[in-house]
Design a protein around this ligand. Structure first.
Ligand SMILES: [Zn+2]
Length: 64
């Protein structure tokens, strides 16, 4: 994933829309990134996953 895109997504999802937490690490939340995936999780169970392949943008938000 391109760095500019990564920064953009990081800004978009820096704060959990459910509990407002912006903490990463220490058991509060997690960011996972690879070539096509951006995933951000929160301690409250909220999770966003963005998968980008061949320019298409597949944006899935999970709210259990
Ligand atoms: Zn949360």
């Amino acid at each position: 994933m391109r760095l500019e895109r990564l920064i953009e997504l990081g800004k978009q999802h820096s704060e959990c829309p459910r509990c407002g937490s912006s903490r990463i690490g220490g058991g509060s939340g997690m960011i996972y990134v690879d070539d096509v995936t951006f995933r951000r999780t929160c301690k409250c169970g909220w999770e966003v996953e963005v998968i980008e392949k061949g320019g298409s943008d597949n944006h899935a938000v999970t709210c259990p």
